[in-house]
Write a protein that binds this ligand. Sequence first.
Ligand code: MG
Length: 396
Amino acid sequence: MSTAALIVAAGRGTRAGGSSGVPKQYALLAGEPLLTHTLRVFATHAALDVIQVVIGPGDKALYEAAAGRFGDRLAPAVTGGATRQESVMYGLLALQDRQPARVLIHDAARPFLDAAVIDRVLAALEASPGAIAAELLADTLKRASPRMTVAETIDRRGLWRAQTPQGFAFEAILAAHRRAAAAGLTEFTDDAALAEWAGLDVALVAGSPRNIKLTSAEDMDLAERVLAPSLAHLEPRTGSGFDVHRFAPGDGVWLCGVFVPHEARLEGHSDADVGLHALTDAILGALGEGDIGAHFAPSDPRWRGAPSRIFLEDAASRVRARGGRILNVDLTVLCEAPRIGPHREAMRAAIAEMLGISAARVGVKATTTEGLGFTGRREGIAALASATLLLPAGPN
Ligand code: MG
């Protein structure tokens, strides 16, 4: 049995869109248009064969931006009418050629619909020509007097708040819409009311308390908080790294991803970038995933002369693969020469780019060892690094 979804996104309300003047269904929520969130629920549900969106006149560009990624099951959008009821009818007419057996009509401004509610509506449609998601009323209802005092308390027993989706046998709801339009009735605020008028049985199934209609700016604010990535499940991890490479005859050293002219080069299997090696080990250490040699064996000919950014970028991708992120890294280079200061900003920028973080999160420092030890004797360069990550908290 083929099933269509009809998403009503033709409203002109800008209340929730703030001062932007963008209709609320295109207002950004967690960085994406509200409609994108709503479409995703249907586009990822296996029971839907086609998704038809009804949009407002002039909203085509906004719609394309919001819907672009849901290609295959999305029918070309149609333009709505003067009322919600009229918009739904245009959507139903657009679906007619596809002859769906049933249709789920849903408000674009309800992005928190979940698949289980869709399942319940579809299940109820097996036995009824109509079925809607609804929530039993929990608040006590008051009727206000003209003086804004309580005139009456209304018995809430048996009262439900209608949500969407509202599902119907396709031909039955299309016929009901046609009859209502022919009778000059245009102000039904939901399709269940229209079906009721037409004498169709409409079953009530449990909706979801999360399936709210975002109407006001306050609703959008609340929704933003619901969708904001929570830091509660992340924990900080710190790692340290240390590396040394000796000088050999040459004309410069690779240090922190930057070539620094010098009277010697650094000896090593790769480009011997002692800074990036220490940093790679710091990140691997914070991950508890061994060291650079465990992932890039010095005996492997593939890494002969290789740019060390390969190692650091691999470590950063391991952080992302674990669902974590790099908070900051810090590096100290120990040598008498070359001087690091003139190259510091270029080094910070290079490391930031490799890690995909801001240069403000990258520290590069240098010190001599006062002529003491192997660095003091100018036999090589040493580097110390630390990295702090946020990783999803696990049992280990
Ligand atoms: Mg090394």
